[in-house]
Design a protein around this ligand. Structure first.
Ligand SMILES: [Zn+2]
Length: 174
């Protein structure tokens, strides 16, 4: 297999520039120390290699060269490390999924279920993306005319009067 990645010496140089020992880089990248030693001594890094990807990521280094799983090439020939490319792809997939879910939720209609005056659950379909129907979801403007407002005020007074007269009742809304 022919590897066209940068020289292993470049990995060593970047590690030293970051002020890390081989042991520290191995720990930061979650790879074995032998992997660090092996790749630093290699004539060419294999950008497709798992350990190479981890080390490059730990060093914030975008390794140039062929990458097996690269989905996007954000900056011309500069290819993200394998893991960064996969992460970017996964993030895009997740964002698309969430967008589809949000669109679906915005169209979803369920049974309203609000308690009606009869005491039974409302069986109307909800407004798209909402839990309540147009009658129970705040679409009603309520009373608008002075007469209508006065009528509601009267009704509330009567309910309260009933409630005070019989405190054992279920409440003012009964
Ligand atoms: Zn309803």
């Amino acid at each position: 297999m022919k590897h066209n990645g940068p020289a292993g010496a470049e990995l060593a140089a970047r590690r030293k520039a970051a002020g890390l020992t081989q042991r520290q880089l191995a720990k930061a990248a979650g790879v074995g120390r032998t992997a660090v030693q092996y790749w630093e001594a290699a004539p060419h890094l294999d950008p497709r290699g798992w350990a190479v990807g981890r080390m490059a990521e730990a060093l914030g280094w975008h390794v140039n060269g062929p990458v097996c799983c690269t989905v996007s090439r954000p900056r011309g020939d500069e290819v993200l490390s394998p893991f960064a490319a996969i992460d970017a792809w996964a993030a895009a997939q997740l964002a698309a999924y969430r967008e589809r879910e949000a669109a679906r939720a915005a169209r979803r209609r369920v049974v309203c279920g609000a308690k009606t005056r009869k005491g039974t659950p409302c069986r109307n379909k909800s407004e798209p993306g909402k839990r309540r129907c147009k009658f129970h979801g705040g679409m009603s403007t309520g009373a608008r005319t002075p007469e209508g407002i006065e009528r509601i005020r009267e009704a509330q007074r009567r309910r309260w009067a009933r409630h005070k007269a019989a405190p054992q009742a279920t409440g003012p809304e009964s």
